[in-house]
Design a protein around this ligand. Sequence first.
Ligand code: SF4
Length: 476
Amino acid sequence: MLESYSMVERDGLLLYPEEIKERFLATGPLPFRDGTRASPEEIWEFMTDEGPRRFPYMFTSNPNSPQRLPYYVDLIGSIKLYYMIISRRFRVEKMRKLGKPLVLVQGGQPLEPYYAADALPLRPGDMTELACYYVAEGLDIRNKDWKKIDIREEGSRTVSMEACHQITTHAAIRNNVVPVDLVAPYTRVRCSDATFLVESHRDSSRKVDCFLVDYPTNYAPDKTWAVEYVAENIRQLIARIDAISGKTTTADDFRRQIGAYNRVRRLARETIEVWRAAPVPPASSVLVYRILALGKDCDGDPVAAEHVLTQLRDEVRERTAVPLKGGELAERPARIFKCGSCIAINFHALDRAGGALVSADDWWSDISTPDVEEEGDIFANYARTTLSAPYDLPTEDRAAWIVDQVRMSRAEGLIFGYQWGCNFQSAVARMVCDIVQKETDIPATTLSLDELGRGESTEQTQNRIAAFVEMLSYAA
Ligand code: SF4
């Protein structure tokens, strides 16, 4: 599909235009990890009727919503991508009934161990979305936000006012809004709050099983003890999940999952490499972000992720070969590299201001690392690869890697965003910006946000993004 089709705006919602239906139906069924499939007819019906009725906040046409669909369909594969995200609740519920444990993950780790043990891993943002499915069905974006703020304020009151707003998820677990079986994040250095938020469950009346996957900082390749230590932590994590499900996960189960994940990462890598090498970005910025998330986390299903990424990669190749730019983008957008954890700056506002996201450090860090070696001790191989992810190296090493990525993306500006309460990222943001600016001569700015999980970004944030892009455009 080479044209960009405009979405139809009706009653405050964005709806897919009928003219793309036939092309979409020709893309075939979407396979899932449990062996089932969703037919394209079923997906189309959900995305054009049931979905907008039940989850209007996902289909909102509100221009300030970072969560909304793009105004143009540039990539037809994006319909299945959004279907995976929006209909995830139903698969989570179905698989829980089959005894698969729901696990909260945090810390930016890859998810192979969780999928290998047949668990349902959700990050805080995804878990909060699951909570919203239970408490905000049928609501518009603003009323959904109020529901979310109610949960968050309860967490701030009982745990800490100073925690970052991923506390919403932990409060939703404490209050039984989401039926989580295990809280099991990594202690990767990027996240200042994961460890104490896990500890905070000790004094909760709703007793939830907790396990921290310990992760040494400042990894150097000659630290063999670190590889052995992380490998042992992963074995324990899998055993902990097995104790809940009653399943026995073998090293070969883990190996098979790593093989599947290697394929997913490869597809995401190929897609982003073609995207950033193109003369003009082929689609809306938000899809770079979504593709990175899919390549990193599989949106709950590695089998479906492989199918969707194959389609997206092929479409991106087609469009960039012409080349065609995304329908929502300016004629000559300013190319932006984004840094920071748990940051989805309003990418629609970025596009509107004349910018375009070309890559990011978080998520890309794990996608761009070499494949996990599938032969030999699979636990040690996995530990070695995850320990070498550039995002979690000492800050100067992380910055040196970002400099390379900025050059490869031909980025013209860098935005390092950090959320209120995120102590590690806020502490290193300026240092990374200074190093990148010195080494590449491109402008780099920090962006302090208080928008974790919010359905509408603030005018202040959008103005700062617009001012930065405007400055880049003058320079060009
Ligand atoms: S915002 Fe920062 S502290 Fe909060 S979960 Fe994300 S990385 Fe951790």
